[in-house]
Design a binder for this molecule. Structure first.
Ligand SMILES: Nc1ncnc2c1ncn2[C@@H]1O[C@H](COP(=O)(O)OP(=O)(O)OP(=O)(O)O)[C@@H](O)[C@H]1O
Length: 253
């Protein structure tokens, strides 16, 4: 279970030219809940606040105000318990080219305190599900971006997390590789995991997400099943809802 209550996060940045500081309100009062056995899609344009929200849920960044609970643990009070129960795939997750997937998963299994035999079995099982088992013992230096993404996904799921956070999991992947990743997310849901995924890819959201929240300028709009969102906005697609919100946001500025 993931619960966010009135979460705010801002950054202070210095303009390189003017040297003046300015405040960026990246997340402005977001509340949401994702339940076990549910896939929640977080949509939004560049810079809307999706990654900041996911980083805070993963306990990698603290909210300024508001609270976040993951598996019943408050992220500021119990960051280690939170990290132990969630698997986080970020957009900048590197793989180490001189290792093979099997070696990398063994190392991350040690980091996560997973029994080595369990880590080996589970790692190979994940690579099989991701159709990468034939490459388990191949050095990753020649891997395609899709193959590297699959290894990052296996690494994020190695410790069998109850909560899964995937930041743009299919960006840059061809349709076949993206389908493998989406099928894995469906399996995660069937297994009763709590899944939150951020994306720009609207058809993916309509296809797999049980509920969708659209972030614009750090605020959450929508938060409903995709079909309900379309009905309430008299829209034919989520793209159309997206354009409506962009127009409303510009009108409000
Ligand atoms: N560490 C940081 N320091 C300063 N500003 C930041 C930091 N992280 C994010 N921001 C700013 O906060 C805002 C939200 O960024 P965020 O990365 O959450 O957006 P996003 O919706 O994930 O965008 P994208 O789809 O482009 O990845 C942006 O204006 C970004 O520049």
């Amino acid at each position: 279970m993931i619960q966010l209550s009135e979460v705010h996060k801002s950054f202070t940045v210095k303009d390189r030219k003017t040297r003046l500081t300015k405040r960026i309100d990246a997340v402005r009062g977001i509340s949401l809940e994702v339940r076990p056995g549910e896939i929640y899609g977080l949509l939004g344009p560049n810079g809307a606040g999706k990654s900041t929200t996911l980083r805070m849920i993963a306990g990698l960044m603290e909210p300024d105000t508001g609270s976040i609970h993951v598996c019943g643990h408050e992220t500021r009070q119990k960051p280690e318990a939170v990290r132990g129960c969630l698997g986080y795939l970020s957009t900048d997750m590197g793989v180490y080219a001189r290792f093979t997937p099997r070696e990398l998963l063994r190392i991350f299994g040690e980091f996560q305190d997973v029994d080595p035999k369990v880590a080996e079995r589970r790692g190979l099982h994940l690579l099989e599900k991701l159709q990468l088992a034939d490459f388990a013992d191949v050095k990753m230096e020649g891997f395609s971006s899709g193959q590297k993404q699959k290894v990052s996904i296996a690494r994020a799921l190695l410790h069998d997390p109850k909560v899964v956070i995937f930041d743009e999991p299919t960006t840059g992947l061809d349709v076949l590789t993206a389908k493998t990743v989406l099928d894995l997310l469906r399996i995660m849901r069937e297994e009763g995991r709590t899944v939150i995924v951020s994306t720009h890819v609207m058809p993916m959201v309509e296809d797999i997400c049980d509920r969708v929240g659209i972030i614009f300028d750090g605020k959450l709009h929508g938060d409903a099943p995709p079909r309900d969102l379309l009905q309430s906005r008299h829209a034919k697609s989520l793209d159309e809802v997206f354009f409506q919100l962009a127009a409303e946001s510009e009108g409000g500025n």
